[in-house]
Design a protein around this ligand. Structure first.
Ligand SMILES: NC(=O)C1=CN([C@@H]2O[C@H](COP(=O)(O)OP(=O)(O)OC[C@H]3O[C@@H](n4cnc5c(N)ncnc54)[C@H](O)[C@@H]3O)[C@@H](O)[C@H]2O)C=CC1
Ligand SMILES: O=C(CO)COP(=O)(O)O
Length: 335
């Protein structure tokens, strides 16, 4: 029987653990907080992150990373992106020698501007073909109710992608494989930044034309960065590109969009941070995305104003004015 460890008992780690367990994969979650781990293991619930959700009885949980990973074919990583490096360094001694590492995370590392799979290859010292990425329009609030959804399993080794696809495939959770790891990861990380921008616009009371414009021009930014990094442009028209962008930018369930909406309504950054209980990856990753773009000489004007509003005291009105007063140019440039 295939065995998986999921490291992280937040909303996505727990829900993905449920998906794996229901798909017939023997799954153990690792969490750092004993009370959550006990609630999952003993009472089959995670009241902090997923109140009301009944978890499968065969989904186990432990605070011991060695126990979680013992004999695992797949080690699934579901902690906040900026904590991955330190966590993985601590977990490295317990990684089974042949295990495939799977990233669920949607962020770019601050300082290094590395994608999550690059951090995994570097810290775990495994070849890229043993690292897979799962991404797509996967709002946990819906998946936890087992509402139908789809995602992409990306890995440069197509046989590894096929194996993981089988390990997490369910009648209500459909996965597609894709060898384009770069494109799939960029789609997931940058759409969070665009969702912040859309949220700000919604919070300001601006309308659907602007929302559609930000999403479309946001996709142009993702595509330009992807072209510079060697991604396959088709990926951005797929689930991990346009699909996730639509879900995150249009759903009130999105934490990134909600974060932006609160800023657009006039709340201060400190107030919004205090009101946000879960990880909104775009808040940190907007800076690393912009740094990555600068390294590759790629223009990302929406990302630039998101960094301005979130980190540099720019007002939402100034951000809107800056974007609308840019020099007129052809719709397609720089790709
Ligand atoms: N929730 C969602 O709808 C989706 C989330 N994702 C991605 O999955 C990743 C994880 O997000 P969520 O589970 O949603 O976040 P979350 O905020 O619900 O949970 C984060 C988990 O990480 C733990 N954690 C926080 N700091 C830590 C540290 N320093 N060391 C170890 N553990 C730590 C928390 O205790 C919690 O268990 C993010 O990159 C996110 O973008 C991807 C798809 C869907
Ligand atoms: O990645 C997600 C949906 O695919 C979740 O988006 P938020 O992190 O904005 O909630």
């Amino acid at each position: 029987m295939t065995k998986a460890a999921v490291l992280g008992t937040g909303s996505w780690g727990t829900t993905f653990g449920m998906i794996l367990a229901e798909a017939g994969t023997r799954t153990t979650l690792w969490g750092r907080r004993a009370e959550i781990v006990h609630a999952i293991d003993r009472d089959h619930e995670n009241p902090d992150y997923l109140p009301g959700l009944r978890l499968p009885e065969n989904l186990r949980a432990t605070t011991d990373p060695a126990e979680a990973m013992a004999g695992a074919d797949f080690v699934v990583l579901a902690v906040p992106a900026q904590t991955l490096r330190a966590n993985l360094a601590a977990w490295k001694p317990f990684l089974p020698p042949e295990a495939v590492l799977v990233s669920l995370m949607k962020g770019i590392e601050l300082g290094t501007t590395k994608r999550m799979s690059e951090v995994i290859v570097e810290v775990a010292e495994v070849p890229p073909g043993r690292v897979a990425v799962v991404s797509g329009p996967n709002l946990v609030g819906e998946l936890a109710q087992r509402q139908p959804a789809a995602a992409v399993v990306a890995c440069s080794d197509t046989m590894v992608a096929d194996r993981f696809q089988e390990a997490c495939h369910l009648p209500w959770f459909r996965t597609y494989t894709n060898p384009d790891v770069v494109g799939v990861e960029l789609g997931g990380a940058v759409k969070n930044v665009i969702a912040l921008a859309v949220g700000v616009a919604v919070g300001m009371g601006l309308g659907d034309n602007l929302r559609a414009t930000l999403m479309t021009r946001g996709l142009a930014e993702i595509s330009r960065l992807g072209a510079a990094l060697g991604a396959d442009q088709h990926t951005f028209a797929g689930l991990a590109g346009m699909g996730d962008l639509i879900a995150t930018c249009t759903s009130p369930l999105s934490r990134n969009r909600t974060f932006g909406e609160n800023l657009g309504r006039g709340m201060t950054m400190a107030e919004v941070v205090a009101a946000t209980k879960q990880t909104a990856e775009g808040v940190k990753s907007c800076e690393s995305v912009l740094d990555l773009a600068a390294k590759h000489d790629v223009e990302m004007p929406i990302t630039e104003v998101v960094v301005g509003v979130v980190h540099d005291g720019m007002t939402p009105a100034e951000a809107a004015m800056l974007l609308m007063s840019r020099t007129p140019k052809p719709e397609r440039y720089g790709v």
